[in-house]
Design a protein around this ligand. Structure first.
Ligand SMILES: [Zn+2]
Length: 147
């Protein structure tokens, strides 16, 4: 095992013990829940959205180390970004951050559950808040086809 892999492993263990952006947002503008029954991961993401920008994002729930680490990283990437930029977040943005690009297929759901929840939350928000929600179905398809 290379030194690089050890560093990533430490990061994952660290995030799982001390997840960032963990908690609830009382007056959230949108919230979404999904789970990965195969592993037992279960995540809720709350977002506060102002002026088409994610001004606050928090998650709660439980998950394995990979799930908790990826959700921490993802929520940190999304925080402060415009909805357009959040839409552009891809698998690699999260996986690459933790050295998980070559994750085994069985664990990929653990890693990408949070991205699925985030895209679904965004879909829910845009669908119910924007008059021009014509391209919102692409977002739904994206969320459904993540893994
Ligand atoms: Zn898991």
């Amino acid at each position: 095992m290379s030194g690089g892999t050890d560093i990533y492993h430490e990061m994952i263990v660290d995030y799982s013990r001390n997840p960032i952006n963990y908690g609830e947002i009382e007056n959230h503008d949108v919230t979404f829940h999904d789970s990965n029954p195969l592993c037992g991961d279960s995540i809720d993401i709350d977002m506060k959205i102002d002026d088409n920008k994610v001004t606050d994002i928090k998650f709660h729930g439980k998950g394995c180390a990979i799930c908790m680490a990826c959700t921490s990283v993802l929520t940190d990437i999304a925080k402060g970004k415009s909805l357009d930029d959040v839409r552009k977040i891809e698998k690699h943005d999260v996986l690459g951050e933790l050295g998980l690009d070559h994750l085994q297929a069985v664990r990929i759901k653990c890693a990408l559950l949070s991205l699925k929840v985030l895209k679904s939350a965004l879909y829910t928000y845009i669908g119910s808040n924007l008059d021009d929600a014509t391209d919102v179905d692409t977002l739904k398809t994206e969320a459904e086809n993540l893994y």
